[in-house]
Design a protein around this ligand. Structure first.
Ligand code: GLV
Length: 297
């Protein structure tokens, strides 16, 4: 059985779950659960009231011009997503500090060449995006003794962390060595990671992108690496996924590539939020993790 159907039925065996494109009667569909749906699918269910993303991101829903306006959009925020993404970022920071990628290459050719690690005290990590994921990344880094600043367009605060707002972006960047992107993808944040941003980072500058590929101007990253404006990057998300085989990122030693695995949704855990939201929608109550479709997050 489809793992999502199985997880939803395990949560509530009385539900009627169908897997697209095998849907018996389109009129019966009131709630949908989707990831990277093609256009012109969600507009074929006249009684659709709510669509839940299978993950934390909803850009695939916000950008779907064929999603009827009346349909509410929710997302899945579960502890394991926050746990994974924080671990991923911490690991990327450590790999950079301890030159892990270089030692993997050295081992391949039998080379013993110690390189001084970057001291924790010499680093500040700047986290862009202070939603559920950004906050949890900040906490994990702080627990591990890192100095961390936050930035978001709205300038929201996270505990006692120094957080910068929209117009303080330059101040934030000038104090940052390792830049972590955990922003939602919206028309305002599309292409935000560009050469101007990389040039403002301070020494030991490194990029970790766990947001979306479209946040990054890919040519600017290459240029920044070639001109030493940036020392390296760890990328989990790409403009085109899977990353095409001919893509230049594959052959760049300074770029670590992972195949969109920083936070993988566990169907069993997510099903609890999905079923709960389905029931809330039936009783007309306000939904959990509902997205403002205008804002895009
Ligand atoms: C993954 O990218 C997600 O949005 O959950």
């Amino acid at each position: 059985m489809n793992p999502w159907k199985e997880a939803i039925l395990e949560t509530d065996p009385d539900l009627d779950v169908e897997i697209w494109p095998r849907v018996e009667k389109n009129e019966r569909v009131t709630f949908a659960v989707v990831w990277n749906q093609p256009p012109n699918v969600l507009n074929s269910y006249p009684n659709l009231g709510v669509v839940s993303s299978l993950g934390a991101g909803v850009d695939h829903l916000i950008s779907d011009k064929t999603l009827p306006e009346k349909v509410k959009v929710t997302r899945v925020v579960i502890p394991s997503l926050k746990e994974q993404i924080s671990d991923y970022v911490l690991n990327a920071v450590m790999n950079y500090r301890f030159n892990t990628a270089t030692y993997v290459d050295q081992k391949r050719i039998g080379q013993w060449n110690p390189i001084d690690p970057i001291q924790k005290a010499d680093l500040t990590v700047g986290v862009m995006g202070l939603g559920e994921m950004g906050q949890s990344i900040i906490e994990r880094l702080q627990l591990n003794g890192y100095k961390v600043f936050g930035w978001s367009r709205s300038g929201s605060q996270v505990g006692n962390t120094v957080c910068y707002g929209g117009d303080q972006f330059d101040d934030f960047l000038r104090r940052t060595n390792i830049l972590v992107n955990a922003l939602p993808l919206t028309s305002e944040t599309n292409g935000i990671l560009d050469l101007e941003v990389f040039k403002k980072l301070t020494s030991h500058s490194y990029l970790i992108n766990v947001g979306r590929g479209a946040h990054l101007i890919e040519e600017d990253l290459i240029y920044a690496l070639d001109t030493d404006a940036l020392q390296g990057a760890c990328l989990d998300v790409f403009e085109e996924e899977p990353l095409p085989t001919h893509h230049s990122f594959w052959n760049r030693p300074k770029i670590m590539v992972t195949p969109h695995v920083a936070a993988i949704t566990d169907p069993k855990e997510a099903a609890k939020v999905i079923v709960e939201n389905y029931k809330l929608s039936l009783s007309g109550m306000s939904l959990m993790y509902e997205v403002d479709r205008g804002k895009g997050y």
